[in-house]
Design a protein around this ligand. Sequence first.
Ligand SMILES: [Zn+2]
Ligand SMILES: [Zn+2]
Ligand SMILES: [Zn+2]
Length: 413
Amino acid sequence: MTAPPGEWYVGEIAFNRLVCQSAATIRVTGTMKLFECQNCGQPLYFENTKCESCGLRLGYLPKQEVVTALEAVDGVWSALATQGERYRLCGNAEHDVCNWLVPAEDAEIFCAACRHNRTIPDLANPENLAHWRKIEFAKHRLFYTLLRLRLPLATRSEDPNGLAFDFLSDPVGGAQGQAPVMTGHSGGLITLNVAEADAPERERQRKSMGEPYRTLLGHFRHEIAHYYWDRLVADSPAIEEFRQLFGDEREDYGAALQRHYADGPAPDWAERFVTAYASSHPWEDFAETWAHYFHMVDTLETAFAFGLRLRPKVAKGAGLAAAIDFDPYAAEMDRIIDAWLPLTFAVNSINRSMGQLDLYPFLLAPAVIWKLTFIHDQIHAVSADRARDSEHNAIRAIVAGLKRAVGSPQSTN
Ligand SMILES: [Zn+2]
Ligand SMILES: [Zn+2]
Ligand SMILES: [Zn+2]
């Protein structure tokens, strides 16, 4: 799997310089978003399939959460990151859309992420392979977070309502009687319109919907939220707290969406919702807020892996200072909020220096932080790593947010 040439080139130069300057200091233990070749120390991207420095084949081990250099042994692969284990490449490696590994003795052909695919794009259309590759890049990042958060996963063969993906294209020429493919979730099945992988088409959709942000990864993080709402919230004791925070989901869903598209959001939606679309129905509010939680832990983990520290050179710089010196997958919500607001202000400013859209074109109102804390608590309750005190946690997170009253000033997106 290769990254688009432009992106890869810039990253490669930056990484080589890092290696020259301080190979020792970028060896981060306990975080996973910065990987390195076990053979030569070259820093690697999560999606790399070959070490550009020593030439060894690479693969990702989801259980160990590590990219590993590989050596061919007896028709299978030996991983430099593990001792004595043998692996096969995922069945989708033949299309260069996946770099994950499967234990050699495993009956599964596909890796932990690809075994959930029910329908892949029609590869008779040559454009679709490039689209599928982008879709899988995003989907594998989603699975990285799902696995790190220890969220339960089941395939369709393990559970009739298990998680499955259909990647579908619109009927050719708008064939009569055939509806266009709608991206969405139903009973464990996530459908994605393959056209979302086409950047001009996605940008057109973003503008027509008036959205500040639209990505494949965002789609996956939103749709998976519907899957986990069914599992973590619907029939759980948390449903009452959910209804207090997000509203009553028994409200007619179809009518609510129709109203949203006909009348638009309430003028004060930003005081209560993370996006305008979140205000359409409690299910959509949950999905939009959940997607933001994933954006935050993933981005903060990357900042942590790079040892980012912010010390803004302005009079009130102390209020914007932050050290991303913690693993967000293990942190409490107040710590996540406390680091997130200064980090996004800094990175938005960097993006503007490059003439790019804001990386994070959103503001987090106290009501949204409360909802984020609810989601944080539901996720961590599943992995049962600690007792939860949601109200206490939410108040601490909101106080952290109020102390950091920066957010994203007037988004340019
Ligand atoms: Zn190497
Ligand atoms: Zn795979
Ligand atoms: Zn949705």
